[in-house]
Design a binder for this molecule. Structure first.
Ligand SMILES: *Cc1c(COP(=O)(O)O)cnc(C)c1O
Length: 393
């Protein structure tokens, strides 16, 4: 059975050129970039080339790119760093209710330390209203963080507008762009952001490596001390192989994006149409147009998303209920709930995220298998609830 992978929002397979580059810097050019002899200098050069490639992908200067261990670390650094850097001015932070847990869990910690957080609601499509951001700002506000595109429903937020509001008020602005960098054109100056998070493994790079963009002049404390690496901001011998792989992935993404985006949009729309128009009780979550080219998210009435994931897996098709980090929990997704969907229906959320290897045949196979599975699960669920009713007497 040919397996079909439709969970590219959780992670992507490393591009073969990426894997090749990683291997080269694990074995051959293995030197420590902080050493003065040629082994080290070769690694150092590769590190700085990778920095240039990542910077080029987002329109930044190389010295504004700081390598981290991934999206979660970048989000943690951005929020805590900016919060404590500006704590003398005030202790109010604005974010959205649909952020990744890498943001929301840091917000909880900051709340426990005396910061006040406003979690902005979203509309039925998952959009944050820039006017609501403006209204939420107080003289105490020191940081605003709104994600570029949501990892579950794919809604693309009006980041340039929100960043404009933040800039007008003189407030530092961060965006979690883990789902957009490498998938959509991202330019830190067009967006007007001060801080931006990236994860390599979401754009066909290796896991465990990412970056935080820090605009020149932004006040930001170091994340880790103990060495001069990353200009003293994130000490410790660099993950050279991972970073080189990240640079290669950034280069490839920039090159291939113009061809990949329209192709994925077309496959996405075919999948959305086939799921929502041919199967009763299947509804699209998120915005029909302001949406990532690779993202489909639907709620299926009368079934649990988790059951759909398991049943599709038996057919060799990998999808998810939403955030990979939420797997195992019976609670409906905070993102789907924020759209105003009732908890009962929110449990039926299923996310299918396409990638560069996804073909039209893959989509047709999903459209053939999906209705069959839903029919079977609904019959089982119907029988179960009938039994429960009798039990209630
Ligand atoms: C995947 C993801 C993260 C976490 O990135 P890691 O590199 O896996 O730590 C953060 N934010 C968003 C929106 C993501 O999709």
């Amino acid at each position: 059975m040919r397996r079909i992978y439709l969970d590219h929002a959780a992670t992507t397979p490393a591009h073969p050129e990426v894997a090749e580059a990683v291997l080269r810097y694990l074995t051959g050019a293995f030197g420590n970039p902080s050493t003065a002899y040629s082994f080290g200098q070769e690694a150092k050069r590769a590190l700085e080339e990778a920095r240039e490639k990542v910077a080029a992908l987002i329109g930044a200067a190389p010295e504004e790119v700081f390598f981290t261990s991934g999206g979660t670390e970048s989000d943690n650094w951005a929020l805590r760093g900016a919060a404590y850097a500006h704590a003398q001015k005030g202790r109010h932070i604005i974010t959205s209710s649909i952020e990744h847990h890498a943001i929301l869990d840091v917000c909880r910690l900051l709340e426990a330390d005396g910061f006040r957080i406003t979690y902005l609601p979203v509309d039925g499509y998952g959009l944050v209203d820039p006017d609501e951001v403006r209204r939420a700002i107080t003289p105490e506000t020191i940081l605003i963080s709104v994600m570029h595109a949501n990892n579950e429903i794919g809604t693309i937020e009006p980041i340039a507008e929100i960043a404009g509001v933040a800039r007008e008020a003189g407030v530092c602005f961060h965006t979690d762009a883990v789902q957009t960098v490498g998938h959509l054109p991202v330019d830190v100056n067009e967006l007007g952001v001060d801080l931006l998070s990236i994860a390599a493994h979401k754009l066909y790079g290796p896991k465990g490596v990412g970056a935080l963009y820090i605009r020149n002049g932004t006040r930001m404390p170091p994340l880790i001390v103990g060495g001069a690496q990353e200009r003293g901001m994130r000490a410790g011998t660099e993950n050279v192989a991972g970073i080189v792989g990240f640079g290669k992935a950034a280069e490839i993404a920039g090159r291939e994006m113009p061809a990949v985006i329209p192709r994925l949009r077309q496959l996405r729309d075919r999948l959305i149409e086939g799921l929502t128009q041919n199967i009763p009780g299947v509804h699209l979550n998120g915005h029909p147009e302001r949406r990532l080219p690779q993202n489909v998210n639907v709620t299926v009435e009368g079934v649990e998303g988790e059951a759909v994931v398991m049943a599709l897996d038996q057919e060799g098709i990998a999808v998810s209920t939403g955030s990979a980090c939420g797997t195992g929990g019976a609670e409906p997704s905070h993102v789907i709930l924020a759209l105003g969907i009732p908890p009962e229906q929110a449990r039926g959320a299923v996310r299918l995220t396409l990638g560069r290897h996804t073909t039209a045949e893959d989509i047709e196979r999903v459209l053939e298998v999906f209705p069959r599975i839903i029919g079977r699960l609904r019959t089982v669920a119907g029988r179960r609830s009938a039994r429960e009713c009798t039990g209630c007497g």
